[in-house]
Design a protein. Structure first.
Length: 335
């Protein structure tokens, strides 16, 4: 057992040394215990796993501008597109967990493991959820010149046609693609999904009459809906969406199991102090309840929707389980 020196002078020197060591340890100890202190004291990087100009990038910038204003430091959105969001996800998984690198995650976060198998990071262990930010409702849209007035009309056509239905998708492995596969399974109808690069191209094919329908975000379609060229049959949400409230839910049309949407939310590397996570969560809650922010999101076809860290973690877990089953049943492979 260590005993303090008997000599008073030596005892004083020993006490001073111990105090100095304790002072040096305090910052790291405080950080480990979750004391965010004055964080942030320098700019924060927020990784968007998509290129500039898309919904993830733009909504991230809306949220980050407000975070910067409220917390007194820049929250800089940095685009890291590629590999179905895996590049951006990995960058954050490997970042120092000090609160200065965050991820504006997207729906593929819960899908990539089932699509691609083993990853270079662990979605369950390498991240700490902070808050859901927005959801992007998915709508079932057909050409207005078609005879389909209801979802049942579309399904009946698919069952009567030996080739089944043809759906346009904004990309293989995307949320709309998987939602379409879920629709085929729930409706018990044969279907073929044709993949294009983005929503706009998918709607071009639908306008040309080369596919029966598309199940995807509605922003690119609204001008064509308003001009009478396209018809919205349903929204794949639990409730009607303020993005286009005229659209009944799939449940209202007799298909309650067809629920799917895109989503974005803030995450941090595992090990980030709880106090930092709590601080960002509290500010995001206030931001996402702001009427001006909500209106900006709606204009993009998005619904602002915050959550607690625990609620976001549970949400991701449910999404992962749900879509893994769809990927397996439809034998979908990541490209």
């Amino acid at each position: 057992m260590h005993r303090p020196p008997k000599d008073p002078a030596r005892r004083a020197i020993a006490h001073a040394a111990l105090a100095a060591l304790g002072a040096l340890a305090m910052p790291s100890l405080a950080l480990a215990q979750g004391n965010a202190g004055s964080w942030p004291t320098r700019p924060v990087r927020v990784i968007s796993p998509y290129g500039a100009g898309g919904s993830n990038d733009i909504s991230a910038r809306i949220v980050c501008e407000e975070l910067g204003r409220r917390l007194g430091q820049q929250f800089i959105v940095e685009n890291k597109p590629g590999a179905g969001t895996r590049l951006g996800n990995e960058m954050v998984a490997r970042a120092t967990p000090d609160g200065y690198t965050l991820l504006f995650a997207a729906a593929p976060f819960a899908i990539v493991e089932s699509l691609y198998g083993k990853l270079s990071y662990d979605p369950r262990k390498d991240f700490k959820p902070i808050s859901l930010a927005v959801v992007a409702p998915i709508f079932l849209v057909v050409n207005a010149a078609s005879p389909f007035k209801t979802v049942a009309d579309l399904v009946a056509h698919g069952k009567a046609n030996p080739q089944g239905l043809t759906f346009a998708s904004p990309g293989a492995g995307s949320g709309p693609h998987l939602a379409g596969e879920l629709f085929f399974r729930e409706a018990k109808v044969k279907g073929l999904t044709v993949h294009f690069r983005g929503d706009a191209t998918a709607y071009t094919e639908l306008l040309a009459g080369r596919v029966d329908a598309t199940l995807t975000a509605i922003t690119s379609a609204l001008p064509h809906v308003q001009s009478g060229k396209l018809r919205v049959l349903a929204v794949a949400s639990d409730a009607r969406s303020p993005v286009y409230a005229e659209a009944p839910t799939m449940a209202e049309q007799g298909f309650p199991g067809v629920v799917g949407y895109g989503w974005f939310g803030m995450m941090a590397p595992a090990g980030t102090p709880d106090a930092v996570v709590g601080k960002v969560n509290a500010e995001m809650k206030a931001i996402l309840e702001d009427a001006g922010v909500r209106q900006k999101m709606l204009a993009m076809g998005l619904q602002a929707q915050g959550s607690s860290p625990a609620e976001f973690a549970a949400f991701i877990g449910k999404e992962t389980t749900k879509w893994a089953a769809v990927v397996k049943a439809a034998d979908i492979k990541g490209e």
